[in-house]
Design a protein around this ligand. Sequence first.
Ligand SMILES: *Cc1c(COP(=O)(O)O)cnc(C)c1O
Length: 453
Amino acid sequence: MENKYYLSHEEMPRFYYNIMADMPNKPLPPLHPGTREPITPDLLEPLFPKDLILQEVSAERFIEIPKEVRDIYALWRPSPLFRARALEKHLDTPARIFYKYEGVSPAGSHKPNTAVAQAFYNKISGVKRIVTETGAGQWGTALAYGCQLFGLECEVYMVRVSYDQKPYRKVMMNTFGGKVYPSPSDRTEFGKKVLGEDPGSSGSLGIAISEAIERAASDPEAHYALGSVLNHVLLHQTIIGQEAILQMEKAGHMPDLVVAPFGGGSNFAGIAFPFLHLNFTKGQNIRCIAVEPTSCPKLTQGKFMYDFGDTAGMTPLLPMYTLGHDFMPSAIHAGGLRYHGAGVLVSQLLKDNLIEAVAQNQERCFAAGLDFIKTEGIIPAPEATHAIATVIDEAIRCREEGTAKNILFNLCGHGYFDMGAYEDYMDGKLTDAVPEKQVMEDSIRSLEMLQPK
Ligand SMILES: *Cc1c(COP(=O)(O)O)cnc(C)c1O
């Protein structure tokens, strides 16, 4: 019984798929926070290389993957696709469950797909270093890896509390040549200001973003990079879904359902957008479901509004589902899903009912993760367990209804650096703070003054 589907190097996709070309309603433009007029691409030039800015606004359907990038992808791509037969059996479901495994990459997640591409475009633009922020460390690790390949320096501002709690993530970034600083730091004016007010500050992603942007903007030899949310980041991840289509064809079972966890939208977009392309152009009706944590439910309980991409309010205003940039989710272990907003492309698709969203709570996700470990033998990243919980729900529904659906999900990363999280779950120490309605409503209401007239 076949349960592994590999592709040869020759079968690796040569183009990224740009969903902008096929969307029935194009996203609204990003706005300048001061004038609230659409921003012009040149405003982004101090922070990003031209090629990435062009990709950010492109409506071209297929964009060629540079040969230099494809040669590096070849180290771990095409990534394998598995059929989870043991999980099916455990659930006693007639559903067929498949998963695309991105944990085989050097950083252990899908993030190197964009990190390598971003490092390449930055290299040919002539800069010497890239500055970024990282929360739990997955993005910082991927970017450090990408930078080292192209001889770029990588400077990472890591949220102080993670820096102290997850020392091995820092060491991993160091092994890839990255320089890691706890944020807030005394290397920026903003960091010094925060430390002046609160010397013991444990930091936040918002503070780290502000520090990274300040460093990049004040250094002509540096650019800034983001690991999710932006259109070009989602674009680079579409290699995942394109490979998955070829692999599902080999398996002889195209999916009825595609499921992925949702932080800013990049791994969801990566697997789902190429299948949406089949919906748009081949009349298929594949359901794509994004799964977020109940502690940070921007897709299911947030509002579609203009909001800042960061907490400090330094980015352009983006039209997206959001809980408000001041919203502070509780400290769940799926750190990659604690973002207040959702990428612009995914937000527009959800608004147009072309994709679906559900929320899962943390305990349920870890329980689903253990079911997966027991049957399939891979320890999933806490983020990925959100997809697994939804897949199990759907597979049980298939059993009850007696329907044999094909379900595909993105196992976007392994959890081998997250033993502390699994330990807390098994020791019964997890708490799952679901935000109060009032807190979310207040945070969203504060956005009203940011909306264009
Ligand atoms: C960063 C990360 C996420 C969340 O980000 P997306 O852009 O929504 O994919 C999810 N899973 C893993 C393993 C991550 O590293």
